[in-house]
Design a protein around this ligand. Structure first.
Ligand SMILES: O=C(O)c1ccc[n+]([C@@H]2O[C@H](COP(=O)([O-])O)[C@@H](O)[C@H]2O)c1
Ligand SMILES: Cc1cc2nc[nH]c2cc1C
Length: 348
């Protein structure tokens, strides 16, 4: 994929007519109008994307992009490269948080090695490595433009394969130490805000390490002097291969008409990246939760997307998005089986 071919991608809007038809089904159900609030709109959005009123989200997966970030060498994470490989090993065994939640929610976990630092391959990961982690952005740009574009293409391709395999809804997830630093730096650059507005503790930090993380992000913003509209330059300079891959997943969702549920702060920055690179992609995105990381709220506000779960989640891996699958199942049981006003009137 080239910068030019990315620019040429065009998104068709989900069907307005089908959205209205789903809305009409909701309005016919014997309950207060809009009683299920935002959930009614989300089911209508899914129907509009699939062009049907028979909304089916039974075949679902969470795509977990795994990658390392060179900036961990600065001590901005409580953990080092080794933890990414260790948790990726647990991911393929089915013993991580998202694996357990996905099992309960009947979702497949598709773990992608898009840039783990460890050379030794972890059996069970989908091998799509672009590099052995990114470079340390405090010293130099995290990756080349070609690497960023390659990672975006991998995300798009992953969704195309999912479409062929019959998936009707996807969720984003990621794993990679240091990725709340890359996400915060990207958020500050894309939103034009200060490092202090977007820096959080990630997977846990001491007070001193948190101050240092803020300094590293602030210094990078001063060093690289981003303009808000420089999406690709921001991605390649302070982003990560996981973020680039997930941006590709959101773009793929829009191209192949599959709704994609957004997880936490890393997924949210990937979502904004996708929308900036390919306008209209957000019509295919479904927000799930509001991550505890401060950047998340600002990113979702910028996208004008409203998460339904506000539970201070800060786990990643796609956990909050998989939680959304369970909520949508519960809501769909109302959509599919409730008495309608017609039923009630005929029994009067
Ligand atoms: O998704 C989130 O909002 C989120 C918030 C805090 C931490 N995480 C996870 O924690 C890891 C990154 O934390 P850190 O402190 O190394 O930047 C990474 O593997 C993420 O999946 C994820
Ligand atoms: C143990 C652990 C599990 C994770 N899952 C996602 N990010 C993570 C970070 C850590 C540290």
């Amino acid at each position: 994929m080239t910068k030019e071919s990315l620019k040429e991608l065009k998104i068709n809007k989900p069907s307005k007519e089908q959205r209205q038809r789903v809305k009409a089904v909701w309005d016919g159900i014997a309950k207060p109008v809009n009683g299920l609030g935002q959930f009614e709109g989300i089911i209508a959005q899914i129907g509009a994307i699939a062009e049907t009123t028979e909304v089916d989200i039974s075949k679902r997966a969470v795509i977990v992009m795994c990658a390392d970030n060179g900036v961990v060498e600065e001590g901005i994470s409580h953990y080092g490269y080794e933890m990414t490989a260790i948790i990726a090993g647990e991911l393929v065994k089915g013993t991580t948080s998202v694996s357990r939640m996905a099992l309960r929610a009947n979702a497949d976990v598709l773990p992608v090695n898009i840039g783990i630092h460890q050379e030794e391959e972890i059996t069970g990961l989908i091998q799509r490595r672009v590099a052995f982690g990114t470079k340390n952005f405090r010293q130099e740009p995290a990756m080349s433009e070609e690497e960023a574009l390659k990672a975006i293409e991998i995300g798009i391709e992953t969704v195309r394969e999912c479409k062929e395999r019959g998936y009707s809804i996807l969720a984003t997830g990621e794993l990679g130490m240091g990725n709340t630093t890359t996400s915060s730096a990207m958020a500050a650059a894309l939103l034009g805000c200060l490092a202090e507005d977007v820096t959080g503790v990630g997977a846990g930090l001491s007070k001193e390490a948190f101050v240092h993380k803020h300094e590293v992000i602030k210094e990078a913003l001063e060093k690289y002097q981003f303009q808000k509209e420089e999406t690709l330059r921001t991605l390649k300079t302070v982003g990560g291969l996981d973020i680039a891959g997930l941006a590709g997943v959101f773009i793929g969702g829009a191209l192949y008409h599959i709704p994609v549920v957004i997880d936490g702060v890393i997924s949210a920055v990937a979502a904004l990246t996708a929308e900036r690179l390919v306008p209209g992609a957000k019509e295919y995105m479904i927000p799930s939760h509001l991550s505890k990381e401060p950047a998340a709220k600002k990113l979702l506000e910028e996208l004008d997307l409203h998460p339904v779960i506000d539970a201070s989640l800060a786990l990643g891996e796609g956990t909050g998005a998989v939680l959304m699958f369970s909520l949508l199942d519960t809501v769909l049981s109302v959509y599919e089986g409730s008495s309608t006003f017609d039923d009630i009137n005929s029994s009067l």
